[in-house]
Design a protein around this ligand. Structure first.
Ligand SMILES: C[S@@+](CC[C@H](N)C(=O)[O-])C[C@H]1O[C@@H](n2cnc3c(N)ncnc32)[C@H](O)[C@@H]1O
Length: 326
């Protein structure tokens, strides 16, 4: 950094987590449960001294935060630009002044994503003003998306509901998708948003639900339907071992945990994506049970409501997700 720019101030925290919408308390409980010390909180931002890794209920984790005393808008912009090109403003206070800093930085175009599309590889930092002359900036964040929220160019014609966006986001973060020749077991498939995504990718889908798929999907090539209880299905019931197991079943977390454990054990090479629906207040110990599964990751997706998404992928899963403590 050029010597005429201000040096970082001493701070008492090493990570700032941005809570998922409506899940600030769940994030605080999770952080405390994993032993992080909460130093401060401003709206949805939780400042901690502790584990420098993503949390399940965080939309984005700022992993290299630093504070600077800045004398002017120009100085703040020069300081940021001297670190890296791409910065997203997460406005905390002095919003107009913060926007004037953002206006002086290189523009970034956030175009809606297609699917499938790669996660952007360019580092995206985040900054905001804590006070008129106090800049908070983190060049390193857990997510490559502004405030951890990928925005997709939606398909309003093809899918039967909006659940497809959840799987688009999950498979984008997975950085791998099923393709032609892969067998996908879609548990809790009705009316068919996820089956539609998998079918579009050219995979073979076994769609399991007590309720029917929409007729266009039930009769689609490469889609086999299985009406019945998804929890009693085992790998022996299938003609081919699945390459992917995906579940959006609505059930208590304990049942979903047993389901995740079963399929992870039964198909050790498969990619696994499972929605974990939460009921009321979230017990942070439940997160530990899921993360105790080898290579597990857990993340609240932008498309998730009061639920988390569990990943167990051959290549370790999305780095944005929480993982077992080192
Ligand atoms: C959130 S919906 C799934 C939406 C679906 N992923 C989509 O994209 O359209 C949950 C589904 O789980 C199914 N379900 C719940 N319990 C089930 C069980 N024990 N066996 C089979 N299906 C079940 C429900 O019938 C419902 O269709």
């Amino acid at each position: 950094m050029p010597s005429d720019l201000p040096a970082a101030l001493p701070i008492a925290y090493n990570v700032v987590h941005l809570a998922a919408d409506d899940h600030r308390q769940a994030l605080i409980d999770e952080l405390m449960h994993r032993g992080d010390r909460i130093v401060d909180a401003i709206d949805s931002l939780i400042f901690v001294q502790g584990t420098s890794s993503p949390a399940a209920w965080a939309r984005n984790s700022w992993l290299a935060p630093a504070e600077y005393r800045v004398g002017s808008i120009g100085e703040a912009a020069r300081l940021l630009a001297s670190v890296q090109r791409n910065w997203h403003l997460h406005s905390i206070s002095h919003h107009r002044r913060a926007q004037l800093i953002a206006d002086k930085l290189a523009p970034i175009r956030f175009r809606p994503l297609g699917f499938p599309a790669p996660v952007p590889s360019a580092p995206l930092g985040v900054f905001g003003l804590l006070d008129r002359d106090r800049l908070l900036a983190s060049p390193v964040c857990s997510s490559a998306f502004a405030d951890g929220r990928p925005v997709f160019a939606e398909d309003r014609e093809g899918p039967p509901n909006r659940a497809y966006l959840k799987l688009w986001e999950a498979l984008t973060l997975a950085r791998t998708q099923p393709g032609p020749g892969d067998v996908c077991l879609d548990l809790g498939a009705s009316p068919g948003g996820w089956t539609w995504v998998l079918n579009q990718l050219g995979a073979d889908v076994i769609a399991v639900d007590r309720a029917p798929l929409v007729p266009e999907l039930a009769g689609a090539p490469r889609v086999t339907t299985h009406r019945g209880d998804a929890f009693s299905l085992t790998v022996e019931d299938l003609d081919r071992r699945p390459d992917w197991i995906l579940s959006d079943l609505i059930a208590y977390p304990e049942r979903i945990l047993a389901l995740a454990r079963y399929w992870c054990r039964a198909c050790p090479q498969a990619g696994i994506v499972i929605t974990v629906k939460c009921q009321g207040a979230v017990d942070p110990a439940e997160i530990d049970h899921f993360l105790a599964i080898d290579n597990a990751r857990l993340r609240h997706l932008s498309a998730n409501k009061h639920e988390l998404t569990f990943f167990r992928l051959p290549d370790a899963g999305p780095p944005e997700g929480a993982s077992r403590r080192p």
